[in-house]
Each structure stands twice: as C-alpha cells, then as structure tokens.
Design a protein around this ligand. Structure first.
Ligand code: DXP
Ligand SMILES: NCC(=O)COP(=O)(O)O
Length: 253
C-alpha cells in the first residue's frame, strides 16, 4: 500500500510569522493522522525559520504515526536526531537563502563524510534516507554510503507539469516522469526503498503514485495550502484518496 507522509513545516511557518504559539504543528500532526496520513515529515532547518527544536521533541512524544526528520548533514543535526530518535531521518542539502529545497543532495561529492553521518544515525536505530535528484550516480553513491531509502526529488517533474499547462502527456512532463521511473528501478535493484517528494500536488500526484515500486510520497505545501480552505483532515483525506486510487492501477514493472 502506498503511504503518505504529510510535511507540516508550513503550519509552523504561519506560527513563526507572529512568533507565537499557534497554529501548533502537533495539532496538525493529529489532524493529518485522522485524515489518513501514514507519517509526519518536518524539516528542522539550520535557520529555524519554521519548525523549532521543541516541535521535533513534542512530535516524537505525541505522534502515533512515523516521524521523518529532514535535516542537513551537520553535527548539530545528527546530535538532535540521535537524541530525539525519529523513525526516519532524511539528509537534504540546505541553502540559507533558498525559499525551499532547490535540488538533491550531492552524495558523490562528499561520500566519506555522509557515510559517517549515515552510520551514526543507523547506530541510533534511525532509518536513513537521502533526498536526491533522479540521477544514477547519486543513487549508486547512496547505496555505497549505506542509505536505506532514497527520496527522489520530484520538483523538476512538478515544475514541468505546471509550465506545460498541467498537461500530463506533454513531452517535457513525460521526460521528467521517465527520469523518476528509471531512478526508482535503480533504487530498488540496489535494495533500497523508493520514495519521492517535493512540489507534488492534487493535480500532478497520480502519475507518480502509479510508478512501479513507489512506497511513500512526502507532500507538504499543497496539502497545507488546501487546508486553509478545507481543514487539514479533509485536505489529507483528498490527497490520500488520489494516491490510493492511482496506486490501485500501478504501472507494470
Ligand atoms: C526536501 C524537500 O523536498 C522539502 O521537504 C523541503 O526540505 C521542505 O522544506 P521547506 O518546508 O522549508 O520548503
Ligand atoms: N520531502 C518533500 C516534502 O516533505 C514536502 O515537500 P513540499 O510538498 O512541501 O514541496
């Protein structure tokens, strides 16, 4: 069964706009769970622009579904992850001036250091994931450093989909989807779990959810945006229904 991890960063973004106590991401996690989420994702950024350290601790204590902590591969973040022990930690690249994550992690260029980070997380009992572009050298490097999961960056696919008038059959969209498909095959052949995420929404989700062997999709901005108008539980329910319907007719292997 395909799983949905709901990224609740932007509940904290609204809270931090006033540096106050509401809306509370922990309430968001409960609502997402009740809407059918299989997991909760938060990105504890080095600049703490949205999610705060205390949020991660409170989520770990209260959330009854899996917690996925997105983090830069720094000593500070590894320390927080090992102390908090989320079910999964995903290494992501971070730029101080980016609005959101702009690309996948370059594992090839820093294998020895990332291998050590992955080992420290694994020794703490945390499932290790890496956020990477749909490129075979990065997938092979992920396997070499001992990652258990690869989350393929779906941003290029999502941007092509939007730019081509939300036409899922446009050649540029099909080309980006094909890169994710090929990446997924390589990830599975190397014995890792095939996840995907970034900029997925209610319109572009189904071709990705149909890919052979896809296990988990992480979606935040689109769900929290819709939740402003429908409530989070309903926004999660609608996304999960689209995913499950698509995954019921998966692509052939
Ligand atoms: C790794 C990824 O694709 C996103 O989840 C991103 O890291 C979320 O961070 P923001 O919520 O700050 O955009
Ligand atoms: N890792 C991707 C994620 O958690 C959600 O990304 P987005 O849907 O907020 O772009």
């Amino acid at each position: 069964m395909i799983e949905l991890g709901v990224n609740i960063d932007h509940i904290a973004t609204v809270r931090q706009a006033r540096r106050t106590y509401e809306p509370d991401p922990v309430w968001g996690a409960v609502e997402a769970h009740l809407g059918g989420a299989d997991g909760i994702t938060v990105h504890l950024r080095e600049d703490r622009r949205h999610i705060q350290d205390a949020d991660v601790r409170r989520l770990k204590e209260t959330t009854q579904i899996k917690l996925n902590l997105e983090m830069a591969a720094t000593d500070e973040m590894v320390g927080i992850a090992c102390a908090t022990r989320p079910e999964m930690a995903m290494l992501v690249p971070e730029g101080r001036h980016e609005v959101t994550t702009e690309g996948g992690l370059d594992i090839v260029g820093q294998e020895a250091r990332l291998k050590d980070v992955i080992a420290r997380l694994r020794d703490a009992g945390i499932t290790t994931s890496v956020f990477i572009d749909a490129e075979i050298p990065q997938i092979e490097a992920a396997a070499r450093i001992g990652a258990s999961v690869c989350e393929i960056h779906t941003g290029p696919y999502a941007h092509a989909f939007y730019e081509k008038g939300r036409d899922a059959e446009a050649p540029a969209v099909l080309a980006e989807l094909q890169k994710i498909r090929v990446a997924g095959r390589a990830i599975r052949q190397l014995g890792m779990r095939f996840n995907a995420g970034h900029a997925l929404n209610y319109y572009n989700i189904q071709p990705v959810a149909r890919l052979a062997g896809i296990r988990e999709l992480h979606i935040g901005h689109a769900i929290v945006s819709r939740a402003v108008f429908t409530g989070l539980r309903e926004a999660v329910r609608e996304m999960k229904a689209l995913m499950v319907a698509a995954a019921a007719n998966p692509e052939a292997e």
